[in-house]
Design a protein around this ligand. Structure first.
Ligand code: SAM
Length: 315
């Protein structure tokens, strides 16, 4: 046997090993990235192309047995088969890996909307919603919305801010603090529940009662002078009927160019909800009232608890 014949075996083995090794590398890399089947598809395509050439070469070489072409063709066919076997195994593992990762919530969402919604749900469901404080007082708010309120107050300079739903008073204190900084405005905050620990502030007046009770509405109206700029935030009972009643009542108080902010329109959009809420109330209100329009520019931080809830009074 000549030197060239002795080399045929190792060369064929090397080709087989290279084919198998590259297929295994594809598999490992794809698994690391979540096992995307697309990469294996490409690999199979490339291997198929090489395999087809090898098959033709092998057939051609078959006519002159023991020729170099025959060895080479045979080696590539074997490496193609090995690559396909390993690739197929990887495909299965990759899919399984992706499935597990998705189930565990580790896989990234695909579009910008998905990213925002996924983060929104995660944020909403976390305990942080009830552990957000302004100067030590609990405020049931997303800080990104509070920043928007600050911008609106600075631009609109309302003389009176009516808030429905006080709870601990953190949001009322936040609004009063911004009024203090811009040296204008005061807060009238309504809640059906009494709460002795609410913060005292010279710019806050608390009103005790239901926001839709006509006597409470009159008390609030009585605290606003003719010609004052008024802004309203609705954050009490989130039932659709209640919010719609509030919208009809307090929408009239809001002055042109100012805002009627309907909070927690994210209930059901995208966070889970069992019944219609603030978003559905807004939809109904906008069908019957042309004085307001949704100001989407106030949703610029992407995450807002008030999607479609920043209503600007146009006339
Ligand atoms: C989500 S909390 C308000 C949170 C507060 N604005 C904050 O950001 O810290 C809702 C509040 O609305 C009050 N509430 C419920 N129904 C009401 C109604 N009909 N009129 C006024 N307040 C109501 C509840 O007592 C509760 O304190």
């Amino acid at each position: 046997m000549g030197a060239s014949s002795a080399a045929r075996g190792p060369v064929a083995a090397l080709l087989c090993a290279t084919g198998a090794y590259s297929a295994a590398r594809f598999q490992a890399r794809a698994r690391k990235r979540g096992g995307r089947a697309g990469r294996y598809g490409l690999l199979s395509l490339a291997a198929g192309f090489i395999g087809a050439i090898a098959l033709l070469a092998w057939l051609a070489a078959g006519r002159q047995a023991n020729g170099w072409l025959g060895w080479l063709g045979g080696a590539v066919v074997v490496s193609y088969a090995a690559g396909c076997l390993i690739g197929a195994k990887g495909r299965g593992k990759g899919r399984a890996f992706r499935g597990e990762a998705e189930a565990a919530g580790r896989m990234g969402p695909k579009s910008k909307g998905d990213v925002v919604d996924a983060f929104h749900r995660r944020y909403y469901e976390s305990a942080v919603v009830s552990d957000t404080r302004w100067l030590g007082v609990r405020a049931v708010k997303c800080p990104l919305d509070l920043w928007v309120y600050q911008e609106i107050i600075h631009e609109v300079r309302p003389d009176a801010i009516v808030e429905s739903g006080t709870a601990r008073g953190g949001s009322a204190l936040f609004l009063a603090t911004i009024c203090e900084l811009v040296e204008n405005g005061r807060v009238i905050s309504i809640d059906i529940e009494e709460e002795p620990e609410r913060p005292e502030h010279p710019r806050i007046t608390y009103v005790h009662g239901s926001s839709t009770d006509p006597r409470i509405v009159e008390r609030v109206r009585g605290q606003i002078a003719q010609g004052e700029r008024v802004m309203v935030l609705l954050d009490s009972d989130h039932n659709m009927e209640h919010v719609l009643r509030e919208l009809r009542i307090y929408g009239e108080l809001v002055t042109r160019g100012s805002y009627l902010i309907v909070e927690d329109t994210n209930i059901g959009h995208p966070v889970e909800a069992e019944e219609a809420g603030p978003m559905e109330a807004v939809e109904e209100f906008l069908r019957e009232n042309e004085d307001f329009a949704v100001d989407e520019s106030r949703e610029k931080f992407h995450l807002t608890f008030n999607p479609n809830g920043y209503l600007k009074k146009l006339r």
